[in-house]
Design a protein around this ligand. Structure first.
Ligand code: UT7
Length: 325
């Protein structure tokens, strides 16, 4: 009898165009926007990010990550019976990016939908897929985080445009008699909608309001460290585990200083933290599965490891999932 859901394969995708901090400095200078490699590295830990070319969408990156995850799991597309995509940069207003990815993978019939929880999207999506597998609604799910945040950036705003990048990560989550997803803890507080948002909307054939990303970085920073510690402790309690049981902390990759603060509070050395923000920047809902796949393929995360996945972002949303890998 199935009681659990287990990650059986991971995959990721990055667009080929890579911009270092020096490339960003050169790109922004003609606009009169001043920044520097020193500032970006010191305040964020970011050294490079990837941007998609014209005509490439979240569904393209998501489908590529999904194909790699299915290959790693030894699962054929025809066996997939659920697709959940975490994204805040969908290809279209509707239908869902999940439906577009389903079509690109050459399958049809299974339920597919998007989850919109910004940078917490992947932990939300993983929690929903876990619940659907436990209740018998699915047996082999694709859970994907895919983003093209470069499309939302205001390149006249140096406080945000150097922080984000594009990418996708995916896992195959399968019904299993052994755990799997051990516990999850999700939250949101809509009082903080304004501190991280893209306020525009579509109406009558036009975009009304500003369709570019706005962030009060300091407000987000302060909230993030506190809620990430609380969510981590909540999932450990639910699973009957302690910090000492964590082999790898895989936090949302927004800022190295937030990751260091969270690790310190959980008494984890930084060599137990998967860090990819230096190479990918903040890829929102894609950052956790992208970091997970990176760590698996570089031999850091191994079968049997206990992983703490943690997301935080717009909404304000946050959450954690504890995983036996
Ligand atoms: O994915 C969702 C989660 N998002 C996050 O977790 C982001 C959280 N916030 C952060 O990571 C940080 O708050 C930032 C990286 C966004 C900003 O770092 P900070 O240490 O909070 O800097 P600040 O906003 O206090 O700005 C310090 C100075 C300011 O100059 P003055 O007013 O002191 O003269 C800014 O104008 O740094 C200036 N500044 C820059 N300088 C060079 C801001 N952006 C830049 C830049 N290059 N790109």
């Amino acid at each position: 009898m199935t009681q659990f859901a287990r990650i059986s394969g991971t995959g990721s995708a990055l667009p080929p165009k890579r911009l270092t901090n020096a490339d960003m400095v050169a790109m922004l200078a003609p606009r009169g926007v001043e920044t520097s490699d020193d500032w970006i590295v010191e305040r964020t830990g970011i050294r490079a990010r990837h941007f998609v070319d014209e005509g490439v969408f979240a569904s393209d990156l998501g489908a590529e990550a999904a194909r790699k995850a299915m290959a790693a799991a030894g699962v054929a597309a025809a066996e997939i019976d659920l697709i959940i995509v975490a994204t805040s940069t969908p290809d279209m207003v509707f239908p869902s990016t999940a439906a577009i990815i389903q079509h690109k993978l050459g399958i049809s019939g299974c339920p597919v939908f998007d989850v919109q929880a910004v940078c917490s999207g992947f932990v939300y999506a993983l929690t929903v897929a876990d619940a659907m597998i436990r209740t018998g609604s699915a047996r082999k799910a694709l859970v994907i985080g895919s983003e093209v945040f470069s499309r939302l950036l205001d390149f006249d705003d140096r406080t945000t445009c150097v922080l984000f990048g594009d990418g996708a990560g995916a896992v195959v989550l399968e019904a299993s008699e052994t755990p799997g997803i051990l516990a999850s803890d999700l939250h949101a507080d809509g009082r903080y909608v304004d501190i991280l948002c893209v306020p525009g909307h579509v109406q009558g054939g036009q975009v009304l309001g500003d369709p570019l990303l706005k962030m009060d970085g300091q407000a987000v920073f302060k909230l993030a460290v506190g809620v990430l510690e609380k969510a981590a402790r909540a999932v450990l309690d639910k699973a009957g585990k302690t910090e000492a049981d964590i082999d790898w902390l895989i936090p949302h990759q927004a800022n190295i200083r937030i990751m260091q603060g969270t690790a310190r509070k959980l008494k984890l050395p930084m060599d137990k933290v998967v860090v990819t923000v230096d190479q990918h920047g903040n890829t929102s809902a894609a950052s956790i599965p992208l970091a997970l796949d990176h760590a698996v393929r570089h031999g850091q995360v191994k079968k049997g490891d206990t992983l703490m996945l943690e997301g935080v972002g717009g909404g304000f949303t946050w959450g954690a999932v504890l995983v036996d890998f």
